[in-house]
Design a protein around this ligand. Structure first.
Ligand SMILES: [Zn+2]
Ligand SMILES: [Zn+2]
Length: 342
C-alpha cells in the first residue's frame, strides 16, 4: 500500500489544499478505512468560512462511509472488504455508557482525530483510522447515502430525546439538510409535521420528502402554525440557530410541548425564556448535538435496508482533487449535502 495519501486540508479561511500526508497507522483495536464518500457538514463549512473556530491546518470529515482496508489484530466484528459507516466509539464501562448515554463518554469523539499529522476528524482523505467499535456494516447501500448515516443519527437522536411518537405533531424551523433529516425521521415515526423556511424551493423539497404542511416564514408565522395545528404543536425543532426562531418555536408549543435546540447559534444570542410561561405550560427544552451509538446503529440499519431514501439530500459529488471547488459549492450556493469521493 502507498505510504502517503491525498487529504483535503483547510489551511486558512476560505482555502482548501489537497496535500500528501502519511497513511495513518492502526493499533490493535483499529481498522483502516478506504474512504468512499464524505459529506461536507455545516460544522466544517463554518470552519472553512472562519465562522467557527479551529486551528489550521484542519482536516475535516466525519460523515463517512468506506471499505475496511486493514484490521488490527484484536478486531473481530468486521473484516477486510466490509462496507461500513463511521460513527463514534465508547468505552462501554463509564457511567454514561452504562446508562446508554454514550454521547457523554470521554471516548465519544475518539475517532474524530487523525493520529500523527493534521488536526481534525480526518475523513476528507483517502484513508482514515477508526476504532473498530465505531464502524457499522451498511450492506450494499450506495456510498453517498451511507455517508449520511452520521447526520441521520443526529435526527434520530433528537426524535428519541423528544420521545416523538405516532400521533404527535411537530414543526421544524429550517429546511436545509439537517431540517429535512429531522423531517424524514419524524415522518417515519408517525408524526404530522410542518416545515418553516424563508426559501420556497427548499419548502418544495420538504413537501417532496413528506412534510404535511410548509410555511414561508413571515411575521404571522406563529398564528399560522397555531391555526393549522388546532392551537399548537407537541414538538418544535430549531434546525436554524437564531433567537427569533427560538422564540417562535417556544411560542407555538402546546402544553407540555418540547422545544429542541438542534442548531448551534452563530453569533451566540442568549435564549430568554419567560419562567412563568414555562412553568404554566410545563414546557421542556432539550439540546441536541451528535448522537449515541444506538442512534448511529439505527441510522445505518435504516440506510442499509432502504427504509429511508436520503438521495434527495445529496447535492453533488466531487473527487478529492476538486475539494476546493466542493467547499466553495457547499458554502456559496444554497445546497444540500456536497460529497467528496476520495
Ligand atoms: Zn455532521
Ligand atoms: Zn464510556
Amino acid at each position: 500500500m502507498n505510504r502517503t495519501m491525498k487529504a483535503a486540508v483547510i489551511t486558512a479561511v476560505n482555502k482548501v489544499e489537497v496535500v500528501d500526508v502519511p497513511v495513518p497507522v492502526i493499533g490493535p483495536r483499529d481498522v483502516l478505512l478506504k474512504i468512499k464518500s464524505a459529506g461536507l457538514c455545516t460544522w466544517e463549512q463554518r470552519i472553512y468560512t472562519g465562522q467557527a473556530k479551529a486551528d489550521y491546518p484542519f482536516l475535516g470529515g466525519h460523515e463517512n462511509a468506506g471499505e475496511i482496508a486493514a484490521v488490527g489484530e484484536l478486531v473481530t466484528n468486521v473484516k477486510v472488504g466490509d462496507r461500513v459507516t463511521m460513527g463514534s466509539s465508547s468505552c462501554g464501562s463509564c457511567r454514561a455508557c452504562l446508562r446508554g448515554e454514550d454521547k457523554g463518554c470521554s471516548e465519544h469523539f475518539l475517532n474524530f482525530s487523525l493520529k500523527g499529522g493534521h488536526y481534525g476528524p480526518g475523513g476528507f482523505a483517502e484513508y482514515k483510522v477508526h476504532r473498530s467499535d465505531g464502524v457499522f456494516p451498511v450492506g450494499d447501500a450506495p456510498w453517498d447515502e451511507a455517508a449520511l448515516a452520521e447526520p441521520l443519527s443526529c435526527a434520530i437522536h433528537a426524535a428519541r430525546l423528544l420521545n416523538a411518537r405516532l400521533g404527535d405533531t411537530a414543526v421544524i424551523f429550517g429546511a436545509g439538510t439537517m431540517g429535512l433529516m429531522n423531517l424524514i425521521t419524524l415522518k417515519k415515526s408517525g408524526l404530522r409535521v410542518a416545515v418553516v423556511d424563508v426559501n420556497e424551493s427548499r419548502l418544495a423539497k420538504a413537501r417532496e420528502l413528506g412534510a404535511d404542511l410548509t410555511f414561508v416564514s413571515d411575521e404571522k408565522i406563529r398564528e399560522r402554525i397555531k391555526t393549522a395545528f388546532l392551537g399548537g404543536v407537541d414538538h418544535a425543532i430549531t434546525a436554524y440557530g437564531s433567537d427569533a426562531v427560538n422564540q417562535d418555536a417556544l411560542d407555538v408549543l402546546n402544553n407540555r410541548g418540547k422545544i429542541c435546540l438542534f442548531a448551534s447559534a452563530h453569533p451566540v444570542t442568549p435564549f430568554a425564556i419567560d419562567p412563568n410561561v414555562m412553568h404554566n405550560k410545563e414546557t421542556s427544552a432539550v439540546g441536541v448535538v451528535s448522537a449515541d451509538r444506538q442512534d448511529h446503529a439505527l441510522a445505518t440499519e435504516m440506510i442499509a435496508f432502504r427504509q429511508i431514501n436520503l438521495a434527495p439530500l445529496i447535492d453533488q459529488g466531487f473527487p478529492i482533487t476538486d475539494a476546493a471547488e466542493a467547499f466553495h459549492r457547499a458554502t456559496s450556493a444554497p445546497s444540500y449535502r456536497v460529497i467528496l469521493n476520495p
